[in-house]
Every structure is written in C-alpha cells, then in structure tokens.
Design a protein around this ligand. Structure first.
Ligand code: ADP
Ligand code: MG
Length: 701
C-alpha cells in the first residue's frame, strides 16, 4: 500500500515536481516564485507553460481542458474544450495556446451576479490562477485537464469566490510582513494563510435515497418521524466503520490522493450514518479548491457503492447536522507558524502581536464571520446545541487567557506550562499534555497553533470564512503597523499598544460553555451580536463598517458587496421556496393518496367486521380511523396555508423583504406541516407509507 500510495500520490497534478522536471529552468523558477511568494507572473512564460502542460496532459490521456471556476452558486463550474485543432494539411493537431491557458471567456449571463451586470452585458472572463495546480480528472471514460481560474465580469468585478480570496491573502501577507519588519524580521517575502477543512457528510443507501424526492431536490428530509434509536448511545462516533462505507472511503482517499489532496483523517461522526474527512492543510486558496474536489468526489463516488452522500447541513431532524471546521493559521514563506506560542509565549512578542490582532479583528467584525457561516441549511444547526452558537466568541483556553491577563496588567512574567500525564499503569507511556482542554462549544477556538472556526456550513465553500479572517486580521495588523511606525518600536512600545487593544477587545473571549442559556445572557451584556439566522446576518455585509473595511483593504468594492448581499438573500429565499414546493408536491402525489388508501382500508375493515356481527367491537379501529381522518383534514388545512403564504411571497420584490417573509411565515408554515405529517407517519403502517423512514435511511446500510 505504501509503495502504491507513493506511486499514485499527485499522479494527476501538474505540480512543482512535474514543472521542475519538464519546464526550462528559468520558467520553472518564475512559476515557483509565483506559487510560493505570490510574485506576478510574466505573460511571456504562459506560452511555454501551456505547451508543456498540454503535452503532459495528453501523455496522460487527457483529450479536453477546462477553465474551472467557482461562481457564486457555491458550486464549481466549467466549460470543456478539446485540445483538437485543424492542422495545415487537413490533419489534426493538439493545442493549448498561452492565451487559452491564461484566459477564458465563458458566457457569464447565466451565473448569479446580484445585479452586477445586466444579462445583455454577458461577458465574463476566467483567468488562470497559477497558485493552485492544474490537474487531470477522470470522468466517464475520458480525462480532462482542469485549470483553476478566477472569474470576473467585463468591468473587472468579481463574479466568484476565488478573486476576493486571493486578494485577501495578498493584503494579509502585505500587512503581516510590515509588522514582522517592525519586529525585526526582514527576510520574509510572503505570509501565507493556511487552512485545513474538515468535511462532514452523511451516507445512506442509494435505494432509499431514490425513493425520497425531498432528498433528491433539496438535500434534506422535509418529512420524517424520529427513529426509535437516534444518537443517544453515542455508539456511532469513532465507531467501527462498516465494510461498504470503508470501501467507499478507501476509494475516495485514493481518488483524492491522485489529485494531490492529502486526505488524512476519516472517521464516523456523532449521528448515525454521519462521517468526516480531513485533509492536511494547505494555503487558503488551494484548500478552498481542494474542498470543492472533496465535496464533488464524495458525491460522485458514493453511487459506485450503492450509496448516496448528503452534504446538506441538516439532512435529518432531531439528529446532529453537518458542518465544516475551518482550521486557520499564518505562516511565513520560511515555514514559521506565526500562531505557535512556543515554550514561553510571554517572551514571544511576535506571537502576542498576531494573537492580539486576531482577537481584535474578531471583536471588531463578528458579524462578518457570522455571515461566512450563513445559508438556509445552516440556520437549522447553529445555536441548536449541536453546533456552535450564532454568537461569535473566541475560546483561548487557560494558558493564553492567563497570558493576556498579564499583558493587560502590564506585567508579563510567566507562561503556564503544558506538562505531562503521569500514567499509573506502568505499561502505558506518559503522554505530553496539551496546553488546554478542548472546548467544542466555541465557534472560534484556539487549538494549539491555529484557530478553528467551526460554524461553516457543510455544503458551502470555505472561501468567505477565509476572506473574512484574512481581511479583518490584515486591517488590524495595518492599524498596529501604522501606530508602531510612529514610535521607537521598542518592546515596551509594542506591548503598550497590545495592552490597550486587549483591554478594549477582550469581551470577545469566552472560555465557558457556548451552548448554555447563561452565555446568551452574558453575551447580550457584553453587547456581542447574536445574529440568529441568515436573514439577520446577511444585511451586515453592506453595513458602513463592512464596506469601509473591504474597500480600504481592496478586497471587495461596495458594488461587489451589494451584489453578494442580493445573491445570498435570493439564494436563501429560493432554497426555502424549493423546499416548500417539494413539500406540497410530496403531499399531493404521495402522502395524501397513501393516507386516503389507508383510510379506505381501515373503513373497509370496520364495515366487513360489522357485516359479520355487530357484537365484535371495532372501537380501536374506529379510533384509528378517527385519528387518520383528523390528521388528514389538518394536513389539508396546513397545506392550503402554505400555498397561501407562497402566493403572498410571489408579490414581494425587495430581496430582504422576501427573505424575511420566507423566514417568518413560510418556514414556520412548513414546520407545522411537517409536524402533522410526522405524527401521521407514526400511526401509518410501514407498508402504506410512501417514503422510506428514518430507520431505513439511517440504519439500513
Ligand atoms: P480535530 O478533529 O481534532 O479538530 P483533525 O485532525 O480532524 O482535528 O483536523 C485538523 C485539521 O487542521 C486538519 O485539516 C489539519 O491539517 C489542520 N491543521 C493542522 N495544523 C494546521 C495549521 N497550522 N494551520 C491550518 N490548519 C492546520
Ligand atoms: Mg476539528
């Protein structure tokens, strides 16, 4: 296996190793500088790279290439072209010109732009992102060369997730280097934001999935009564992986390795049928691209094992949903992790500066981090005692909290030590102890040498979370650098600035239980925002504070933010509307006819018994009949009510008003309807119920 792994790892990736082997030395050097230091890429080398990349791809069996991009649909998009061109003598040649490598021109009119351009101004460009490797994907029986690209409009406005992410990485690097220079480090050319994304997902048997229109159209069960067993025994978490799932996971790992994704950890998650995969971290850009590949491949490989993967944040009620943990840290191009406290952090001014900058950034812009975790699916999860609360706060743990108290008191003298576990069983080794225990209830937790943002939605791109982290932290580093440039830059000068900042912003630090009621009250006292739903959060994207931040850091223009605001709200309303329509469809086509049949069956049975003798009691059957008919009538009323609310919504044009309507009227109407259907399901015979139930979906694999 080990040898095999070595052979297949990154075999389909045009990475630095391949470039070193194939590109002329000077060209390779330039590519390396771009990839590792963010240097701009001279145009003239594109022709050389394109030609060699094409030969490499064709040698590997690729016939097509595609500019791969991330429009604001949250998914990836592509248009395929073959390498084929007409030769001079009626023959064919294979070609990928420098121009075709660098630039593509997909029609942008059918991608969401949030009003950035009218459909008649359809021009959109994709531009080669050389900092994320090109790779070959095997699809169907063909192979395609994927070229990662950024996507923007004719007027230069970003239509994707990658463009602002790359900008945020640049500005963070620039401001970090300024601070490092002031702190005496002059040899740093690039500061990199590193990200490791843990992906949660569900796997269910494909035959049950195929019988559920709600799963097919919306990714979640819109109906479904609790199974007799849920997650109460905690016997699934880290439990033995079932054979079929293990085969799926092995195949997934292998496919990801071939694409250069360092798939590392896999295990069963808390809910039955729930699993997790975590690759080893990479730059924020590469990790974002790779997380799209992870999601794509999970979906794509599952059916090979008669499984279906659910990436939705809340596929099942009454069970934990899925999220994505975004592990984030900063390192220099020389490999130093700037968030590593090392042995004595109280003497590590560099660490303290970056730590304080991050705390200040989160405290100044908690709304923006919250926005990066919004989508209609995640609203079912955040704040529901299974996922971090919607209130953004930071968990630092004992060691760092103690350190910051010393900093605040102007008396930094010691660092709490990490220590060792002494085992009383002689055969077990003594283990090193971590500096702090874990706190799973915090949305943003320090975990040794990185921060873990735990609120991201499982089906979303991680781009926005990292755009927010990079940009907000860059803005605080800039503030610190600006201030320091007017001092003598002694340690005391620096500590004084940090001391003032921590006093002002420590209210964002919370080491307690984020799931508790008390925290909600305490957070209110601290005036921390509690933006419970997407609709509460999204408007903050176009607040003055947000516009000032993103414009001054040159990550988003006001126009781009406004377009994203509209897209997020529209997507929210559309998703809920599709769910509502799917509910109505399932009711009319499946649930109501099935219920009528059962009603008829029971009444036939009562009649036939009565025909035989009026001395046999039909009391219980009549009771069942009564309940069925009452539920049926209730369903009809609730169904009509949902239709009525949808009709009102149709007349609302303003995107925010519409989203509010969906949140405040349509979602609750859907919930009432679901409750009635779930109660009906409990009394209906399994053979008459038209949908596979939770027991089948969750346990029969
Ligand atoms: P856990 O489930 O305990 O949080 P995992 O091992 O499942 O941890 O995932 C941790 C993730 O954090 C992995 O993707 C890992 O590569 C990533 N990670 C580790 N160190 C760093 C770092 N310095 N910066 C960013 N991500 C990191
Ligand atoms: Mg984690």
């Amino acid at each position: 296996m080990n040898n095999k792994l070595k052979d297949i790892f990154a075999e389909n990736v045009f990475n630095l190793e391949v470039m070193k082997e194939k590109l002329p030395k000077q060209v390779y050097k330039k590519m390396k500088k771009t990839i590792q230091e963010g240097a701009s890429l001279p145009k003239d080398i594109a022709n050389i790279v394109a030609n060699i990349m094409k030969d490499w791809a064709i040698e590997k069996g690729a016939t097509h290439y595609t500019h791969w991009f991330h429009p604001m649909t949250g998914k990836t998009a592509q248009k395929l072209d073959s390498f084929i061109e007409r030769g001079d003598d009626g023959d064919i040649i294979f070609e990928l010109s420098g121009k075709n490598l660098i630039q593509g021109e997909p029609d942008a009119s059918s991608f969401p732009s949030g009003g950035l351009r009218a459909t008649f101004e359809a021009r959109g460009y994709t531009a080669w992102d050389a900092t994320s490797y090109a790779f070959i994907r095997e699809e169907g029986n063909g192979k395609t060369l994927y070229i990662p690209t950024a996507f923007y409009s004719y007027t230069g406005e970003a239509l994707d997730e990658k463009t602002p992410l790359l900008k945020s990485m640049d500005v963070l690097s620039k401001q970090s280097i300024r601070v490092l220079n002031i702190l005496g480090k002059n040899n740093i050319r690039r500061v990199i934001s590193n990200v490791g994304a843990e992906q949660e997902y569900f796997l269910i048997d494909k035959k049950y999935f195929d019988q559920r229109i709600d799963l097919l159209l919306t990714g979640r069960t819109l109906f479904g009564a609790k199974a007799p067993k849920g997650q109460e025994l905690d016997d699934h978490y880290f439990g033995m992986i079932k054979e079929r799932i293990a085969k799926f996971m092995n195949n997934l790992d292998e496919q990801l390795w071939k694409l250069g994704v360092l798939a590392k950890t896999k295990h069963n998650e808390v809910a039955p049928a729930q699993h997790e995969l975590a690759p080893i971290y990479d730059t924020a850009n590469v990790s974002t691209d790779q997380n799209h590949l992870v999601m794509d491949l999970i979906k794509k490989i599952a059916p090979k094992y008669n499984l279906e993967a659910l990436l939705h944040e809340k596929p099942f009620s009454n069970l934990n949903g899925s999220g994505k943990h975004n592990n984030w840290s900063l390192s220099t191009n020389l490999g130093e992790n700037l968030l590593n406290p090392k042995e004595s952090p109280h003497e590590n001014i560099q660490f303290l500066t970056f730590l304080v900058a991050i705390i200040v950034a989160i405290d100044k812009y908690p709304e923006l981090l919250r926005i990066s975790a919004t989508n209609a699916g995640n609203d079912h999860r955040l704040g529901a005692n299974e996922a971090p609360p919607a209130i953004i706060s930071i968990f630092l743990g004992e060691r760092l909290t103690d350190l910051l108290e010393q900093l605040e008191n102007g008396n930094l003298t010691s660092s709490k030590n990490t220590g060792e576990f002494k085992n009383t069983i002689p055969t077990l080794p003594n283990l090193n102890k971590d500096a702090t225990d874990r706190n799973r209830t915090s949305p943003f937790a320090f975990t040794g040498n990185k921060f873990e943002f735990r609120a991201v939605a499982s089906s979303s791109s991680i781009a926005m979370a990292n755009i927010v982290l990079n940009t907000t932290v860059a803005s605080v580093l800039k503030e610190i650098a600006d201030k320091l440039e007017n001092t003598n830059q002694t340690d005391d000068d620096i500590l004084l600035i940090l001391q003032k900042l921590i006093k002002e912003h420590k209210k964002i630090i919370f080491n307690g239980n984020g799931y508790s009621e008390n925290w909600i009250k305490e957070a209110q006292k601290r005036e921390l925002p509690n933006l419970k739903t997407s609709v509460d959060a999204i408007p903050e994207l176009i607040s003055e504070k947000s516009i000032n931040l993103f414009e001054s850091m040159e990550v988003f223009t006001k126009n781009e933010l406004t377009s994203r605001y509209h897209i997020m709200l529209e997507t929210y309303s559309k998703k809920i509307d599709i769910e509502a329509k799917t509910m109505l469809y399932m009711l009319s086509k499946e649930i109501i006819p099935a219920t009528l049949k059962t009603i008829q069956k029971v009444s036939n049975s009562i009649n036939s018994i009565k025909k035989i003798s009026d001395k046999i009691s039909t009391k219980h059957q009549e009771n069942i009949l009564n309940i069925l008919i009452n539920k049926f009538n209730e369903l009809e009323d609730l169904k009509n009510n949902l239709s009525k609310e949808r009709n009102i919504a149709k007349n609302i044009e303003n995107t925010l008003e519409l989203a509010i309507k969906y949140k405040e009227n349509i979602l609750p109407s859907m919930e009432y309807l679901r409750k009635a259907v779930d109660e009906l399901e409990i009394i209906m015979p399994l053979e008459d119920w038209p949908l596979p139930d939770y027991t089948q979906l969750l346990f029969k694999i």
